[in-house]
Design a protein around this ligand. Sequence first.
Ligand code: JCQ
Length: 249
Amino acid sequence: MKIDVFTIFPEMLSSYLSWSLIGRARAQGLIDISVHDIRSFSGDTRRSVDGKPFGGGAGMVMLPEPVFEAVEGSRCTRPLFLLAPSGKVFDQAMATEMANLGSSTDGGFSLLCGRYEGVDQRVADYLADGEISVGDYVISGGELAALIVIEATCRLVPGVMGNDASVTEESFNDGLLEYPQYSHPRSFRGWEVPPVLLSGDHRRIASWRKAWQLKLTIERRPDLIEARGGVTPEEREMITLLDSGLFNQ
Ligand code: JCQ
């Protein structure tokens, strides 16, 4: 998997990408990430990468020249995505699609981090292949958004996660939120681990976990329940059992 990232703050990305899962995968040669400094492609001696917007208005706009020069001068991996609040909202399905781009030889993608109040529209129109948003909120630059896209994508590349079972298990929860997890000690400040988890009865444990997944998803993410086509009568029964407290006996 080859990833090229374009930014005016390369150190913001380099540090994060040298640690943990991604740092290890890079060292093993499973993923190849290059961070390119847009500022070093600035045409003028002041190294400026922003300008006032034509037509007036507050703030500055990222200039097209240094961005085009940086991208065209690096033979970067296509497709190239601009991180922007106006983009298509990133989700797990997009992460899977982008991870699959890495399966062909020299395959992968590139990310372009916007800054200031925006990027000259000609970058989106004539240089980028698409736009990605990481959510409906405002952040000051695309760097943090790029890290989210890289992290969600790279952990799906075969071999990156030490334990491939946990990747499959996470994606195999039929679009529901995760169940609550506990570790030692069994009693912490008087708060007990649910007894069913200590019972050794794996069918009851699986049923308790599924009931919690359903209960939490109904409460917090009705959109996910809608997307999976509602809740079956058997599933309703599991939640009733959970609410009745019978799992604790
Ligand atoms: C926000 N998802 C992604 C800030 C301008 C493209 O131009 C700009 C980009 C940003 C960064 O914001 C994001 C974002 N939600 O990238 C200003």
